[in-house]
Design a protein around this ligand. Structure first.
Ligand code: ASP
Length: 466
């Protein structure tokens, strides 16, 4: 039976003395204080103390059966706490819910770790029970702030005239230096799709398509040995503009990210102005192209952004015995440096810019080549054969013969950005379902062996199983 004026609310919306309210959530802790039973009820918005008194025996008996993480619905009146019970550390610390009705929606086993102490728990256990780990205050904050940062960026770019376009995940590779995940094409025996390392070619083709301003918060896939803080799949804020230049792209990402900080992290100290430092100067001064320009590297709320510009277009790879692109093979040389491509390519500079935050690269981009002949010349310098050019990039060169606007863009490691903003030590802490260092999903049990008939359908035969 519904009480008069009763409302179902989230805890944070129910902070009004006298309100008759139904709250739904999880039992965070239960304390029996002699005759009175207290619980802290937790929902997506916060926690509320709930009191069960023996004066209502049936209710009290049910409350006695409550254990941590039971899912309940509880109705009652919001009342002031007695002076002795006020908790200044809780946003609802001056009030509590005096329960008049209780329904157990679902019972729960005792969790394998204390949700208030996950910092002590080893990561394998946290990842195996990620759905419980995500209930902790720390992880709730991380995933909720992540969502807010993404929403801010979407609004900012939409207001700047960008549209979000989803590009395919099952496609042909856009080689940018990393190994690709491959997918057998069941309908085309012997042929394969790959998961994209980035939407690079698609976003350039969207410029050919007249979109002019594109962005996407896109998943990227790189089948690399999982060194340190990398993930096989990660998220990029990816954007591309037509009729643009380096300054405009840098201004845009600078305004977007300083906007994120001002709006969502006002407690952080932004080091201003944000310098734009030529690569040579950065290397000479700090010996790195990712300088950490924080004045005090120990005060956690300082954010020191910097752009690094004027990178060389190529570097010589002693192992591959050829030039390789410093950024990627679609990056344009600086104006006036094109002649160097025929004589001393190593001296040519690129229209490339990296965005660094506290010594970590958070974005990188470039103005692209939009001329088919120049693109072919770069492929040749990189020692691609005519067949390779035709089979891997024929579609791009063909598109470039139908009126392509000058264009450029940038992509930003979204996980890394949120990691730094949230003061977390690694990106796994800001990804809802990350993989382990050796690319396993401990909760789902991936990768896994597949039944033979499924492999047969996908035209896969395993030559040697370890
Ligand atoms: N696609 C590039 C990357 O993933 C970024 C860009 O040039 O926009 O690093």
């Amino acid at each position: 039976m519904k009480l008069k004026n009763e409302r179902t609310l989230a805890i944070e919306a129910a902070k009004k003395v006298g309100l008759i309210v139904t709250l739904k959530g999880w039992v965070h802790v239960r304390r029996d204080m002699g005759k009175i039973i207290f619980i802290h009820l937790r929902d997506r918005s916060g926690q509320m103390q709930v009191v069960f008194l023996p004066a209502t025996p049936e209710l009290y008996q049910t409350a006695k059966t409550l254990r941590n993480e039971f899912v309940i619905s509880v109705t009652g009146e919001i009342v002031k706490r007695g002076a002795k019970n006020i908790n200044p550390n809780m946003s609802t610390g001056e009030i509590e819910l005096k329960a008049t009705r209780l329904e157990i929606l679902n019972a729960a086993m005792t969790p394998p770790f204390d949700l208030d102490e996950t910092i002590q728990v080893n990561e394998e256990t946290r990842l195996t029970y990620r759905y419980l780990d995500l209930r902790s205050e720390r992880m709730q904050k991380n995933i909720r702030h992540r969502s807010q940062v993404a929403a801010f960026i979407r609004n900012f770019l939409t207001a700047e005239g960008f549209i979000e376009v989803e590009t395919p995940y099952i496609t042909k590779g856009t080689p940018e230096g990393a190994r690709e995940f491959i997918i057998p094409a069941r309908l085309h025996p012997g042929q394969f799709y790959v998961l994209p390392q980035s939407p690079q070619q698609f976003k350039q083709l969207l410029m050919v398509a007249g979109v002019e301003r594109y962005f996407q918060i896109a998943r990227c896939f790189r089948d690399e040995d999982q060194r340190g803080d990398r993930q096989a799949e990660f998220t990029q804020l990816d954007l591309e503009l037509s009729f643009t230049n380096e300054t405009e792209v840098m201004d845009l990402i600078e305004q977007c990210y300083t906007g994120v900080v001002k709006e969502l992290y006002p407690q952080k100290k932004l080091t201003r102005p944000i310098p734009r430092i030529p690569y040579q100067e950065a290397m000479a001064k700090w010996g790195t192209d990712k300088p950490d320009l924080r004045k005090n590297k120990h005060d956690p709320d300082e954010l020191a952004f910097a752009f690094i510009t004027d990178f060389p277009l190529f570097e010589y790879s002693a192992t591959e015995k050829k030039y390789v692109p410093v950024h990627h093979l679609f990056t344009a040389p600086q104006d006036g440096d094109e002649a160097l491509l025929d004589t001393t390519p190593a001296k040519a500079k690129a229209k490339q810019y990296d965005f660094v935050l506290n010594g970590v690269e958070v974005a990188g981009g470039s103005i692209r080549i939009h001329d088919a002949d120049l693109q072919r010349k770069i492929f040749k310098i990189l020692k691609l054969t005519d067949e390779e050019i035709a089979s891997r990039f024929g579609h791009l060169l063909r598109a470039f013969s139908y009126g392509v606007p000058p264009h450029g863009g940038i992509a930003s490691g979204f996980d890394r950005l949120v990691m730094i903003l949230q003061n977390e030590p690694n990106i796994r802490e800001v990804i809802a379902f990350p993989k382990t260092g050796d690319a396993r999903d401990l909760m789902m049990g991936a990768p896994s062996v597949l039944p033979k008939h499924i492999l047969r359908e996908a035209h896969i035969s395993i030559s040697k199983q370890e």
